[in-house]
Write a protein that binds this ligand. Structure first.
Ligand code: PMP
Length: 314
C-alpha cells in the first residue's frame, strides 16, 4: 500500500445496489464492462466536521450528484440510479460506519455482469466512505512537472465527464511525475495549452489576478474550482477563466492545484523552476484558510452548500 492516508481498515459497511453489505462482500463480475471496457462513472465527495454543530456535513452534495447525472447521460446506461437514490445510499453508508471525522465518499455506477463494449446494463452501483485526513504537503506545497502525455480531447474521451476511462490518461501523467520525483503533473492539450493535473485543476497568479484554464481546456468541471471562483472575488482576489499557455507556468507569482481530495495544494515549482520564491504564496494561503472556513460551516454565506449527515443525532 503506498497511500499516506490509508484508512481502508476502518471501512465496515459499503452500499452495493442500494443494500448495505460488509466491505469484503461487495464484488463485481471479472467480466463486467465496468471493468473490461471502463463503463463506469463516479463521484468523489468530502464530508467535513462542522465547526459549529459538531456534525459532519457533505460539501456541495447536490452539485456532485448533478455532475454524476451528467456523466451518466453521456456514458449511457439503462435506468441508472437517480440522484435521490445515490444520496440515500451515501447517508446510509455514512451512518452505518458512524464516521465522525473528515470523510471521503466515492459513489460509482457501472455496467456489471458480462457484456460487450456497448452493453448498457445490468447497471450496478456502490458507495464507499473512508476517513480522509488532509493530504500531506498541504502546508509546504508540491513541485509539479509538465507531463509529456497530452490531455484526452473533448472528441475522444471527454474530460468533462467523471469516467474511470479518463484516468488512464491521468495515470500516465501521474507516473511521469512520480518517476521525476515531483508531487504532481500539468497536462497540456494537443494544441499545447494548459488543461489540468491528473486529478485536480490549476490556478496561476499573474499580476495579482488568478488565471485558470477555462471549461473548454480539457478539464473536469471541478466543483472545488467553481467554489474558488465564487468565494475569492468577495475577498478581493480577482479570478479569470481563459486559455492558458505553457510558458505562463513559468511566469506565475503563485500557483495551486485544487480538487475535493487535495482541497487547495500550493505548487512551489514547475519543471524545476520555482514559482515566486519557491514557497506557498500569501494569496494561496488566504484561499486555503477561507476554503476551510466555508467547508466547515464557519461562513453563514455558504451554508446552502452543506448537507448535514447525522442531523439532530450528532
Ligand atoms: N480534474 C480531475 C481530472 C479530477 O479527477 C478531479 C477530482 N475529482 C478534479 C479535476 C477536481 O474536481 P472536484 O473539485 O470536483 O473534486
Amino acid at each position: 500500500m503506498t497511500t499516506t492516508d490509508d484508512t481502508s481498515a476502518q471501512i465496515k459497511w459499503v452500499t452495493q445496489n442500494h443494500q448495505l453489505v460488509p466491505y469484503a462482500d461487495a464484488t463485481i463480475s471479472i467480466m463486467a464492462p465496468g471493468l473490461t471496457f471502463a463503463a463506469l462513472v463516479f463521484e468523489g465527495f468530502r464530508a467535513y466536521r462542522n465547526s459549529t454543530t459538531d456534525d459532519l456535513a457533505i460539501f456541495r452534495l447536490d452539485d456532485h450528484l448533478k455532475r454524476l447525472a451528467y456523466s451518466l447521460s453521456v456514458i449511457e446506461m439503462d435506468d441508472p440510479p437517480s440522484s435521490e437514490a445515490v444520496a440515500a445510499d451515501i447517508m446510509a453508508t455514512m451512518k452505518a460506519n458512524d464516521f465522525r471525522e473528515d470523510t471521503y465518499i466515492r459513489a460509482q455506477v457501472y455496467v456489471d455482469d458480462w457484456g460487450s463494449m456497448t452493453a448498457t446494463g445490468p447497471v450496478g452501483s456502490s458507495v464507499i466512505c473512508r476517513p480522509r485526513p488532509r493530504v500531506a504537503n498541504f502546508e509546504t506545497g508540491q513541485k509539479f512537472i509538465t507531463s509529456s502525455w497530452r490531455r484526452n480531447t473533448e472528441n475522444a474521451s471527454p474530460s468533462r465527464i467523471k469516467a474511470s476511462g479518463n484516468y488512464l490518461n491521468s495515470r500516465l501523467a501521474g507516473l511521469d511525475a512520480k518517476r521525476q520525483g515531483a508531487g504532481g503533473a500539468v497536462m497540456l492539450n494537443e494544441d499545447g495549452t494548459v488543461s489540468e493535473g491528473p486529478g485536480g485543476c490549476l490556478f496561476l497568479l499573474r499580476d495579482g489576478v488568478f488565471h485558470t484554464p477555462d471549461v473548454i481546456s480539457g478539464i473536469l468541471e471541478s466543483i472545488t474550482r467553481d467554489t474558488i471562483l465564487k468565494i475569492a472575488p468577495p475577498l478581493g482576489i480577482p479570478m479569470v477563466e481563459r486559455t492558458v499557455g505553457r510558458t505562463e507556468l513559468y511566469l506565475a507569482e503563485e500557483a495551486f492545484y485544487c480538487g475535493t481530495g487535495q482541497e487547495i495544494m500550493p505548487i512551489t515549482a514547475f519543471d524545476g523552476r520555482p514559482v515566486g520564491d519557491g514557497t506557498p504564496g500569501a494569496l494561496t494561503r488566504k484561499l486555503q484558510s477561507h476554503y476551510d472556513d466555508v467547508v466547515r460551516g464557519k461562513s453563514d454565506q455558504y451554508s446552502d452548500w452543506l448537507t448535514p449527515v447525522y442531523g439532530s443525532a450528532a
